[in-house]
Write a protein that binds this ligand. Structure first.
Ligand code: ATP
Length: 334
């Protein structure tokens, strides 16, 4: 009987549990046993194995986080640690490993293929949505929903008190959450890592001053991706307060963006990709990610997923720039 293993690795993402369910149930139908290792790559090395059976998968899909637990485990970069993981997988008689995670986890998965001559399959699970070769990753849609709901709440109090808020969202190297959240919340400004050049403080301050002058009774919201400004959201809020003479309130959304029940879209995506990962194993694929591009399941060499920076959708960037602040900045002489 064939036996495969699954781990969730790196930052957890809503929908990972639904993906595990799809893997376990699909494999079961093919006569394949599945075990999980808790805490990502560390769990393989430390033998934190957990048998997975369809009976236990009935009520996991609606839960956020990952019941298999995740971990950051920098030691996995060492050859000796990867060799130790390969030995553990062999000791369990595993013929394929599925890694659900982001770009770091996929580097780890690719690294393992050099020491373990079996099958390694990646499933994109990261709220950052920054993996090349897949239009979407498990957890992104829910994270955007969560961010937008939080921003809507801030908007209500900001509007009531006519306040300026700088809201920091996750995505330290990729602005996908920031872009989608900015559009959906009708933000007045956004600052993302991909913006070249980065906006100047003087221009941001100028924009806020214009808005305050025209609409002194209204709110103003800037969406800022994390780690972008010296001193982060607090540093930017302080600098803007000084430059504008108006208090600008910092509001980091933080880890609430990772948690919560996955939305329907993420559950469905997770189950499609979980099923596709088992299908990829059955047809002998190795060192690939199963992703979703142009509305179809695709297989992409795993090294390609993290070698290139995935660009933002320029149409969406233009959409936000075209709409934000249109009523208080002078455009077309109006
Ligand atoms: P997210 O970015 O969504 O938080 P991620 O998968 O990118 O998820 P990381 O912490 O970057 O999260 O990576 C997860 C784990 O993958 C690391 O803790 C480490 O165990 C392993 N890993 C990352 N980079 C490498 C590498 N270059 N070689 C081997 N293993 C790696």
């Amino acid at each position: 009987m064939k036996k495969i293993a699954v781990i969730t690795s790196g930052g957890d993402a809503p929908g990972m549990n639904a993906c595990i369910r799809a893997i376990v149930n699909t494999a079961w139908q093919e006569g394949i046993d599945v075990i999980g290792f808790r805490h990502g790559f560390r769990g393989i090395v430390e033998n934190l194995a957990q048998p997975l059976h369809p009976d236990d998968m009935r009520l996991v899909s609606q839960r956020g986080g990952t019941f298999l637990k995740s971990a950051r485990y920098p030691e996995f970069r060492d050859a000796a640690t990867a060799e130790a993981a390969a030995k553990q997988l062999d000791a369990h008689g595993i013929s394929a490993l599925i890694v659900i995670g982001g770009d770091g986890s996929f580097r780890g998965a690719h690294h393992l293929t050099k020491y373990w001559p079996k099958q390694v399959i990646g499933v994109p699970g990261t709220i950052d949505n920054d993996l090349t070769g897949t239009d979407v990753a498990i957890g992104f849609s829910t994270a955007v929903d969560t961010a937008v709901e939080a921003i809507d709440r801030v908007r209500e109090t900001a509007e009531a008190m006519a306040r300026v808020f700088i809201i920091e969202v996750m995505g330290r190297r990729a602005g996908f959450i920031g872009l989608h959240a900015a559009i959906a919340s009708a933000a007045e400004a956004m600052i993302l890592p991909e913006m070249e050049p980065q906006p100047k403080l003087a221009n941001l301050a100028d924009n806020i001053r214009q808005a305050r002058k025209k609409f002194p009774d209204s709110s103003y919201i800037v969406i800022l991706s994390e780690n972008l400004w010296p001193g982060g959201v607090h540093g930017l809020a302080e600098s803007l307060s000084q430059a504008t003479g108006t208090t600008c309130h910092p509001c980091p959304l933080g880890h609430i963006q990772r948690g919560g029940r996955p939305n329907a879209q993420d559950r469905i995506l997770a189950m499609q990709l979980g099923q596709a990962a088992v299908a990829a194993i059955l047809k002998g694929s190795n060192d690939i990610m199963v992703g979703f591009a142009n509305k179809q399941v695709v297989e992409v060499p795993i090294s390609r997923t993290f070698e290139r920076d995935k660009p933002l959708n320029q149409g969406l960037v233009d959409l936000q720039f075209g709409l934000q602040g249109v009523n208080f900045t002078s455009k077309n002489g109006r």
